[in-house]
Design a protein around this ligand. Structure first.
Ligand SMILES: NC(=O)c1ccc[n+]([C@@H]2O[C@H](COP(=O)([O-])OP(=O)(O)OC[C@H]3O[C@@H](n4cnc5c(N)ncnc54)[C@H](O)[C@@H]3O)[C@@H](O)[C@H]2O)c1
Length: 260
């Protein structure tokens, strides 16, 4: 155990959606390092397995790879059943899976709108609905919003709206689940360099990734983008009992982006 790892999730079972890449992968690894058994759900089988294998290498027997689309109710039910059957309980759910979309309200495609809402908003609802049947006192649900759910980001209409829905859903879930001892909070990160963000950064730079990056950094007082680990740290805190008085909170690890 390193000084960073002190068993903050010892004995707990966590399900992380979109665990195959970026923030979800960082969080799944961090949760396992802090003692949790972690089910890594991803729509891409090879990515779900990759993260599970990475966990298993360091913490044998603490991972379970699950394949499923969070926007599909049947696949979600199956995944949650498999996770709870494996370890007999569920304490932490990180609703991290999400997809990008592009376009302003004037030109966004209807399919993109449906996809953003299907995965980001409905996916959060479906996985939470299946998970809360198995969660009780001390449970923690961490939803993944975005600064795009709090402020307008140019040419991101469907994404902004879907993440705004996640923020509203979080508050509703927090109120409904508080009597059962389950806390629900939402993280709204600023831009983090992951595969999800590359197309957006490229588009912002007129096809030039470096130009898009430079333009984006102007929005960040801290002068850099975030890292997956920095978001995973926040997810870990909210997942752990250290955040026991926090529910319905909107947390913004965003380098000061929304402070301006
Ligand atoms: N990267 C950022 O700058 C940023 C900022 C704010 C919020 N977010 C949010 O954080 C979350 C993770 O983003 P990331 O940057 O790590 O992305 P990423 O693309 O690196 O990882 C997302 C993972 O989710 C999986 N996934 C996608 N659709 C899925 C579905 N329908 N069912 C199950 N799995 C699915 C992908 O296969 C991938 O492994 C997303 O919700 C995103 O909107 C990201």
């Amino acid at each position: 155990m390193t000084s960073q790892e002190s068993g903050r999730l010892a004995g707990k079972v966590a399900l992380v959606t979109g665990a195959g890449s970026g923030i979800g992968q960082a969080a799944a690894m961090r949760f396992a390092a802090e003692g949790a058994s972690v089910a890594t759900l991803d729509i891409k089988p090879e990515l779900a397995s990759l993260t599970a294998m990475m966990i298993d290498k360091e913490h044998e027997g603490q991972s379970l790879a699950l394949v499923g689309n969070v926007a599909d109710a049947v696949e979600v039910e199956t995944a949650v059943e498999l996770a709870t059957a494996e370890w007999g309980r569920l304490d932490v759910l990180y609703n991290n899976a999400g997809v990008d979309s592009s376009g302003s309200v004037a030109d966004a495609a209807e399919d993109d709108w449906d996809r953003a809402f299907g995965v980001n908003a409905k996916g959060t609802f479906l996985v939470s609905r299946a998970a809360v049947r198995h969660m009780g006192e001390g449970g923690s649900i961490v939803n993944q919003g975005s600064v795009a759910g709090l402020v307008g980001v140019p040419n991101f209409a469907a994404y902004c709206a879907s993440k705004g829905a996640v923020v509203a859903l979080t508050r509703s879930m927090a109120v409904d689940l508080a009597p059962r001892g389950i806390r629900v909070n939402v993280i709204c990160p600023g831009t983090v360099y992951t595969p999800l963000m590359e197309p957006m950064l490229r588009a912002r730079g007129g096809g030039d990734l470096e130009a898009g990056l430079a333009k984006t950094l102007l929005k960040y007082p801290i002068g850099r983008l975030g890292t997956p680990d920095e978001i995973a740290n926040v997810a870990l805190f909210l997942a752990s009992d250290e955040a026991s008085f926090m529910t319905g909170s909107v947390i913004t690890p965003d380098g000061g982006m929304t402070a301006q």
